[in-house]
Design a protein around this ligand. Structure first.
Ligand code: PRP
Ligand code: MN
Ligand code: MG
Length: 182
Protein backbone atom coordinates (compact mmCIF):
# COMPACT_ATOMS: atom_id res chain seq x y z
CA UNK A 1 0.00 0.00 0.00
CA UNK A 2 2.95 2.33 0.53
CA UNK A 3 3.66 2.50 -3.21
CA UNK A 4 0.09 3.37 -4.18
CA UNK A 5 0.63 7.12 -3.99
CA UNK A 6 3.51 6.87 -6.46
CA UNK A 7 1.19 5.13 -8.95
CA UNK A 8 -1.26 8.07 -9.00
CA UNK A 9 -0.26 11.12 -11.04
CA UNK A 10 -3.22 13.32 -10.13
CA UNK A 11 -6.13 13.12 -7.70
CA UNK A 12 -9.35 13.90 -9.60
CA UNK A 13 -11.79 13.52 -6.70
CA UNK A 14 -10.98 13.59 -3.03
CA UNK A 15 -12.96 11.61 -0.50
CA UNK A 16 -14.91 14.78 0.34
CA UNK A 17 -15.64 15.58 -3.31
CA UNK A 18 -16.90 12.05 -3.87
CA UNK A 19 -19.21 12.36 -0.86
CA UNK A 20 -20.60 15.66 -2.18
CA UNK A 21 -21.17 14.15 -5.61
CA UNK A 22 -22.95 11.13 -4.14
CA UNK A 23 -25.14 13.40 -2.01
CA UNK A 24 -26.07 15.41 -5.10
CA UNK A 25 -27.05 12.24 -6.94
CA UNK A 26 -29.10 11.08 -3.95
CA UNK A 27 -31.08 14.33 -3.83
CA UNK A 28 -31.95 13.99 -7.55
CA UNK A 29 -32.99 10.37 -7.11
CA UNK A 30 -35.09 11.15 -4.03
CA UNK A 31 -36.94 13.80 -6.05
CA UNK A 32 -37.86 11.21 -8.69
CA UNK A 33 -38.83 8.27 -6.49
CA UNK A 34 -41.07 7.90 -3.47
CA UNK A 35 -41.12 5.28 -0.72
CA UNK A 36 -44.02 3.60 -2.53
CA UNK A 37 -41.76 2.88 -5.49
CA UNK A 38 -39.58 0.58 -3.36
CA UNK A 39 -36.74 1.11 -5.82
CA UNK A 40 -34.34 -1.75 -6.50
CA UNK A 41 -30.73 -0.63 -6.69
CA UNK A 42 -28.75 -2.97 -8.93
CA UNK A 43 -25.03 -2.64 -8.31
CA UNK A 44 -22.68 -3.79 -11.02
CA UNK A 45 -19.90 -5.80 -9.43
CA UNK A 46 -17.21 -5.19 -8.74
CA UNK A 47 -16.51 -1.57 -9.55
CA UNK A 48 -19.77 -0.19 -8.16
CA UNK A 49 -19.43 -1.55 -4.62
CA UNK A 50 -18.24 1.72 -3.09
CA UNK A 51 -20.79 3.87 -4.96
CA UNK A 52 -23.56 1.44 -4.00
CA UNK A 53 -22.58 1.39 -0.34
CA UNK A 54 -22.41 5.17 -0.06
CA UNK A 55 -25.37 6.01 -2.33
CA UNK A 56 -27.67 3.53 -0.58
CA UNK A 57 -26.85 5.03 2.83
CA UNK A 58 -27.31 8.56 1.50
CA UNK A 59 -30.76 7.85 0.01
CA UNK A 60 -33.70 8.66 2.27
CA UNK A 61 -35.93 6.14 0.50
CA UNK A 62 -37.22 2.63 0.99
CA UNK A 63 -35.00 0.52 -1.24
CA UNK A 64 -33.75 -2.96 -1.98
CA UNK A 65 -30.29 -3.89 -3.20
CA UNK A 66 -29.21 -6.61 -5.56
CA UNK A 67 -26.08 -7.23 -7.59
CA UNK A 68 -25.02 -8.34 -11.02
CA UNK A 69 -21.53 -9.22 -12.05
CA UNK A 70 -20.67 -8.53 -15.65
CA UNK A 71 -17.29 -7.93 -17.13
CA UNK A 72 -16.14 -6.33 -20.33
CA UNK A 73 -12.58 -5.37 -19.46
CA UNK A 74 -10.71 -8.39 -18.18
CA UNK A 75 -7.30 -7.24 -17.01
CA UNK A 76 -6.54 -4.71 -19.74
CA UNK A 77 -7.21 -1.00 -19.97
CA UNK A 78 -9.41 -1.22 -23.08
CA UNK A 79 -13.01 -2.40 -23.23
CA UNK A 80 -13.19 -5.65 -25.19
CA UNK A 81 -16.85 -5.17 -26.12
CA UNK A 82 -17.61 -8.67 -24.89
CA UNK A 83 -20.04 -8.51 -21.97
CA UNK A 84 -20.37 -11.64 -19.88
CA UNK A 85 -22.81 -12.30 -17.02
CA UNK A 86 -20.74 -13.68 -14.18
CA UNK A 87 -23.55 -13.40 -11.61
CA UNK A 88 -27.21 -12.70 -12.33
CA UNK A 89 -29.78 -10.97 -10.13
CA UNK A 90 -31.42 -12.95 -7.33
CA UNK A 91 -34.51 -10.73 -7.70
CA UNK A 92 -37.46 -11.03 -10.09
CA UNK A 93 -37.66 -7.49 -11.47
CA UNK A 94 -41.05 -7.85 -13.18
CA UNK A 95 -42.93 -4.63 -12.45
CA UNK A 96 -40.08 -3.24 -10.36
CA UNK A 97 -38.48 0.19 -10.56
CA UNK A 98 -34.83 -0.61 -11.19
CA UNK A 99 -31.93 1.78 -10.80
CA UNK A 100 -28.60 0.47 -12.10
CA UNK A 101 -25.68 1.77 -10.05
CA UNK A 102 -22.33 2.05 -11.84
CA UNK A 103 -18.96 3.53 -11.01
CA UNK A 104 -18.02 4.62 -14.51
CA UNK A 105 -19.23 4.65 -18.09
CA UNK A 106 -16.40 4.44 -20.59
CA UNK A 107 -17.40 3.04 -23.99
CA UNK A 108 -20.95 2.54 -22.73
CA UNK A 109 -20.95 -1.06 -23.94
CA UNK A 110 -21.56 -2.56 -20.51
CA UNK A 111 -24.53 -0.34 -19.74
CA UNK A 112 -26.18 -0.41 -23.14
CA UNK A 113 -26.10 -4.18 -22.97
CA UNK A 114 -27.32 -4.24 -19.35
CA UNK A 115 -30.12 -1.77 -20.07
CA UNK A 116 -31.64 -3.87 -22.82
CA UNK A 117 -31.12 -7.05 -20.82
CA UNK A 118 -32.97 -5.69 -17.75
CA UNK A 119 -35.67 -3.95 -19.79
CA UNK A 120 -36.46 -7.25 -21.52
CA UNK A 121 -37.33 -8.74 -18.11
CA UNK A 122 -40.45 -6.60 -17.76
CA UNK A 123 -39.31 -4.05 -15.20
CA UNK A 124 -41.60 -1.06 -14.69
CA UNK A 125 -38.61 1.19 -15.29
CA UNK A 126 -34.86 0.86 -15.65
CA UNK A 127 -32.69 3.91 -15.09
CA UNK A 128 -28.96 4.41 -14.67
CA UNK A 129 -26.95 6.19 -12.01
CA UNK A 130 -23.23 6.44 -12.76
CA UNK A 131 -20.70 8.27 -10.64
CA UNK A 132 -18.40 9.05 -13.57
CA UNK A 133 -18.70 9.29 -17.33
CA UNK A 134 -15.88 9.43 -19.87
CA UNK A 135 -16.03 11.35 -23.18
CA UNK A 136 -16.61 8.30 -25.42
CA UNK A 137 -19.81 7.44 -23.56
CA UNK A 138 -21.39 10.77 -24.41
CA UNK A 139 -21.57 9.62 -28.04
CA UNK A 140 -23.32 6.36 -27.16
CA UNK A 141 -27.08 6.42 -27.40
CA UNK A 142 -27.79 5.39 -23.84
CA UNK A 143 -29.99 7.50 -21.68
CA UNK A 144 -28.14 7.96 -18.39
CA UNK A 145 -30.47 9.74 -16.02
CA UNK A 146 -28.03 10.40 -13.17
CA UNK A 147 -24.35 11.24 -13.75
CA UNK A 148 -22.08 12.43 -10.96
CA UNK A 149 -19.35 13.96 -13.10
CA UNK A 150 -17.91 13.96 -16.59
CA UNK A 151 -14.18 13.30 -16.58
CA UNK A 152 -11.33 13.48 -19.10
CA UNK A 153 -10.27 10.42 -21.03
CA UNK A 154 -7.64 9.20 -18.56
CA UNK A 155 -7.30 5.83 -16.87
CA UNK A 156 -8.74 6.41 -13.42
CA UNK A 157 -8.59 4.17 -10.37
CA UNK A 158 -9.77 4.18 -6.79
CA UNK A 159 -13.11 4.11 -4.96
CA UNK A 160 -14.00 0.79 -6.60
CA UNK A 161 -12.26 1.45 -9.91
CA UNK A 162 -9.43 -0.97 -10.59
CA UNK A 163 -6.49 -1.62 -12.77
CA UNK A 164 -5.90 -5.39 -12.87
CA UNK A 165 -8.00 -5.71 -9.69
CA UNK A 166 -5.81 -3.27 -7.75
CA UNK A 167 -6.44 0.25 -6.40
CA UNK A 168 -10.15 -0.37 -5.69
CA UNK A 169 -9.51 0.41 -2.02
CA UNK A 170 -8.26 3.97 -2.55
CA UNK A 171 -10.54 6.50 -0.86
CA UNK A 172 -9.98 9.05 -3.62
CA UNK A 173 -10.17 8.73 -7.40
CA UNK A 174 -7.00 9.45 -9.33
CA UNK A 175 -5.23 9.07 -12.64
CA UNK A 176 -3.08 5.96 -12.90
CA UNK A 177 0.54 6.66 -13.80
CA UNK A 178 1.42 5.31 -17.26
CA UNK A 179 4.46 3.48 -15.86
CA UNK A 180 2.06 1.08 -14.14
CA UNK A 181 0.52 -0.28 -17.35
CA UNK A 182 3.23 0.58 -19.89
C1 PRP B 1 -15.62 -1.32 -15.67
C2 PRP B 1 -16.49 -0.31 -14.97
C3 PRP B 1 -17.79 -0.39 -15.73
C4 PRP B 1 -17.34 -0.72 -17.14
C5 PRP B 1 -17.38 0.53 -17.99
O1 PRP B 1 -15.96 -2.61 -15.19
O2 PRP B 1 -16.66 -0.68 -13.61
O3 PRP B 1 -18.58 -1.44 -15.24
O4 PRP B 1 -15.97 -1.17 -17.04
O5 PRP B 1 -16.84 0.28 -19.28
P1 PRP B 1 -17.68 0.42 -20.62
O6 PRP B 1 -18.55 1.61 -20.51
O7 PRP B 1 -16.60 0.59 -21.67
O8 PRP B 1 -18.44 -0.85 -20.82
P2 PRP B 1 -15.02 -3.86 -15.47
O9 PRP B 1 -15.50 -4.58 -16.68
O10 PRP B 1 -13.59 -3.43 -15.46
O11 PRP B 1 -15.30 -4.81 -14.24
P3 PRP B 1 -15.14 -4.40 -12.70
O12 PRP B 1 -16.31 -3.54 -12.37
O13 PRP B 1 -15.18 -5.70 -11.96
O14 PRP B 1 -13.82 -3.68 -12.54
MN1 MN C 1 -17.62 -2.53 -13.60
MG1 MG D 1 -12.46 -3.15 -13.93
Amino acid sequence: ITDIEADITEVLFTEEQIAETIAGLARQIEADYSDDDDVLLVGVLRGAVMVMADLARELRLQLNMDWMAVSSYGSGTQSSGVVRILKDLDTDITGRKVLIVEDIIDSGLTLSWLLSNLRSRGAASVEICALLRKPLAVKVEIDVKYVGADIPNAFVVGYGLDYAERYRNLKSIGVLAPHVYA
